[in-house]
Design a binder for this molecule. Structure first.
Ligand code: B12
Ligand code: SF4
Length: 606
């Protein structure tokens, strides 16, 4: 199911609402000396093509944004811990500023949810009287918040609350909790009182549990879909998040100091940066338009140039990756950003010469921009990732065709921008087709001829937050267990064939490997090195080296699964995942005085 749409006209926060809550929190922060740790869940078993470098060399923007919001609100005692860099971190052993934190927050994508739950379980080992309030957030909390709670009496460990939205929701939650907090009162105790009195029910974008204290959740309360911030200039300064990073280590505990500013670019040479959110298309397998309530959200060109300039100056960060869904979505706004980047200066020198930026766009909008691609290049852009999916548009039709894709790639290449295709393999696509462009290898050949510098081929996999998701399960496409091995969340990354209508889908798994081997190999590396050098061919040669190393890792990780698909017994799901306890809308709850009974127990015992 897609995320529910809010009533028309009520999708967004009022202009200035985020700025105002930031100001209000800053006023009350000095009386609440909060210490917080924000962990980013990461399952190292997902390390393979096509994300093998970006996954650990780009600090995720989500945890940085939450950290920045905390610092901006006046809670500077905050640390961000990335499991990417600190895989042995144990929340049960964390101390910051000599204290067990008041808040333990954890951010997770769906595929890292196994690690996310392991961290939550570990945090719940802390003595209940001193345990921090556990807040879960990020894409997994947005799409499947019910999975973050302990609903099983044998394993009742879960988050206290899931934030199913962005910065504003967290700030709204903090404002309500701090308004109820007695001097020095544990945040978990305040939370229990707030829950019992219904104080959380007016905060859209939360899910919390009801049940016995520290026991399994008996019921989940959903406060509804968040309101989104429309003007991204209202977001706290993202630069603040880089001050909070825990240095990489093999320790279970936290270091006394965060990563020093001058070391940041060595650990995270690429900086993800929020520029725009949303996309005008409506591909059935993609949750992005519904998440954004069909809105396009933007940061001003001036703020973008200023943020890039500050990140370059203060942290030495030179390479940026836009967290855009479709950066070219609105031509006028795109041109305004490009123009500003082309004229901005940093320390008296053109910014465009000191930064390189990259992001995601669509074929359709690239063609709309074809007369301006040179300007885009000149503003510092060197590579764009494009959702090619299946060039023949058999899988999905969003205005692309073989000719249009080739034209878009050629225009980009001629402008000195590397086109980076993102393809989707599916049941009906053969590895090779004679006399047509339908086959996977046929399409890769065309893309390479048109200048593709890298390759991403993922098997189409059910994505939460889409209308297709439930059908994939009820029609028996989603695999549950193969050769006795359970399909785990980390396998939903498109690299494992975990959904297919074919009786023996091992061929699909092999096709992915053959496709990568066809694109990344010593022969093509030599061709690129021997050919007349262009900016694009030099970068493509670099990608070949990363690709070949990544391919070794991909084979190592997925070959066993291929064999299971070949010889093992395949068991399939018949129902989509669902909460095992009832989920109730906060709108349907009786008033606090009428239902105070069960939650009263929490208040007394916390
Ligand atoms: C950049 C990106 C990547 C980069 C990530 C690199 C990095 N280290 O940052 C790369 C290219 C490696 C990548 C890979 C993949 N990605 Co990706 N990616 C994105 C993208 C485009 C931007 C992410 C971002 O920076 N967003 C900006 C930040 C500010 O937003 P955010 O992370 O959502 O955080 C906000 C809220 O979620 C919330 N929040 C976040 N954490 C927390 C924590 C707390 C406590 C609280 C209160 C709130 C909170 O507040 C934040 C501020 O608003 C998103 C789509 C999007 N537009 O968000 C997809 C997205 C995150 N990717 C997704 C997926 C599925 C993948 C892949 C599995 C590939 C695939 N099959 O599509 C792989 C996984 C690789 C791996 N091993 O982890 C999905 C995740 C869906 C899900 N349910 O988990 C997304 C959401 C796209 C989608 N389909 O909707 N991705
Ligand atoms: S074009 Fe891309 S971002 Fe837009 S709806 Fe389709 S898949 Fe999602």
């Amino acid at each position: 199911m897609e995320l529910p749409r809010r009533a028309r006209g009520d999708e967004m926060l009022k202009p200035g609402e985020l700025t105002a809550i930031r100001r209000r929190l800053r006023q009350i922060a000095p009386t609440h000396d909060l210490v917080s740790v924000i962990a980013c869940a990461f399952d190292h078993r997902t390390r393979m093509l096509p994300f093998i470098y970006a996954d650990t060399h780009m600090v995720p923007a989500g945890v940085r944004a939450i950290g920045a919001a905390m610092v901006d609100a006046g809670f500077a005692k905050t640390r961000i811990v990335l499991q990417q860099w600190n895989r042995y971190f144990r929340p049960s052993r964390m101390q910051l500023d000599g204290r067990i934190p008041d808040l333990f927050m954890v951010s997770s994508m769906g595929l890292h949810s196994g690690q996310c739950m392991a961290m939550i379980r570990d945090a719940r080992q802390i003595d209940p009287a001193r345990r921090p309030l556990i807040i879960a957030g990020g894409p997994h909390a947005i799409y499947m918040p019910y999975e973050l709670f302990g609903t099983n009496a044998a394993d009742p460990n879960g988050a206290d609350v899931a934030v199913t939205g962005e910065e504003y929701v967290l700030m709204n939650l903090l404002e309500v909790l701090l308004s109820l907090r007695g001097t020095g009162e544990p945040m978990r105790s305040v939370f229990s009182r707030a829950r019992a009195t219904g104080a959380l029910d007016g905060i859209p974008g939360l899910m919390y549990a009801r049940g016995k204290i520290d026991g399994a959740a008996e019921e989940l309360i959903d406060t509804g879909t968040q309101r989104l911030v429309g003007d991204l200039d209202e977001l706290p300064d993202s630069v603040l998040g880089y001050r909070l990073l825990e240095p990489p280590s093999h320790r279970t505990t936290l270091a006394s100091q965060p990563v020093q500013a001058d070391q940041t670019h060595k650990l995270s040479p690429i900086s993800s940066i929020v520029l725009t959110f949303g996309c005008k298309f409506n591909c059935p397998y993609c949750p992005i338009p519904a998440y954004n309530q069909r809105q396009h959200r933007l940061k001003s060109p001036e703020r973008i140039a200023e943020e890039m300039g500050r990140l370059r100056r203060e942290y030495g960060l030179k390479y940026f990756f836009g967290a855009d869904d479709n950066f070219f979505n609105n031509k006028t706004r795109t041109l305004a950003i490009v123009d500003t980047l082309n004229h901005a200066e940093i320390d008296g020198k053109p910014l465009r010469k000191r930064i390189r930026w990259h992001t995601e766009v669509t074929i359709h909008d690239t063609l709309q921009m074809k007369d301006h691609l040179q300007d885009v290049h000149d503003s510092g852009c060197r590579a764009l990732w494009l959702g090619v999916e299946d060039m023949t548009a058999t899988l999905v039709k969003k205005g692309q065709s073989v000719n249009k894709t080739i034209e878009a790639f050629t225009c980009l290449r001629d402008a000195g921008i590397c086109p980076m295709p993102m393809m989707m393999h599916h049941d009906s696509q053969p590895l090779y087709s004679r006399g047509s462009n339908y086959g996977l290898l046929n399409q890769i050949k065309l893309l390479r001829q048109a200048g593709a510098a890298s390759l991403q081929v993922l098997m189409i996999t059910p994505a939460t937050g889409t209308n297709l998701y439930d059908d994939n399960f009820t029609t028996g496409q989603v695999l549950k267990r193969v050769g006795g091995r359970r399909v785990e969340p980390y396998m939903f990354d498109g690299n494992y064939v975990v959904a297919s209508s074919l009786a023996r889908p091992w061929r699909k798994q092999l096709n992915l490997l053959v496709a990568y081997a066809y694109f990344y190999n010593p022969f093509w590396l030599s061709v690129l090195l021997l050919r007349k050098k262009t900016g694009v061919s030099g970068r493509a040669a670099g990608m070949q080296i990363i690709g070949m190393l990544g391919l070794i890792q991909t084979v190592r990780r997925t070959l066993g699964w291929t064999l299971r698909l070949m010889f093992g017994k395949i068991e399939r799901h018949t129902q989509p995942p669902a909460s095992s306890v009832p989920i109730r809308s906060s709108q349907s709850l009786p008033t606090a005085t009428a239902c105070g009974q069960p939650d009263g127990a929490y208040a007394n015992q916390s």
